[in-house]
Design a protein around this ligand. Structure first.
Ligand code: SF4
Ligand code: SF4
Length: 56
């Protein structure tokens, strides 16, 4: 199981700085998570101001 970033993302970049495995990068209109790299730690969800990362 990996986390996914919903369309609520406002591209603030806070989650990318917190991810321990650098699985988050800026995508087209929102940030995206590399599901193969994500270890489901939840740090991104805890950091996001709009609760965009959700467990898929
Ligand atoms: Fe990175 Fe953890 Fe978020 Fe997965 S759940 S993208 S490992 S911060
Ligand atoms: Fe998007 Fe939330 Fe990450 Fe900011 S912290 S880039 S709003 S998912």
């Amino acid at each position: 199981m990996a986390y996914k970033i919903s369309d609520e993302c406002i591209s603030c970049g806070a989650c990318a700085a917190e991810c321990p495995v650098n699985a988050i990068s800026e995508g087209d209109g929102k940030y995206v998570i590399d599901e193969a790299a994500c270890i489901s730690c939840g740090a991104c969800a805890g950091t996001c101001p709009v609760s965009a990362p959700v467990e898929a």
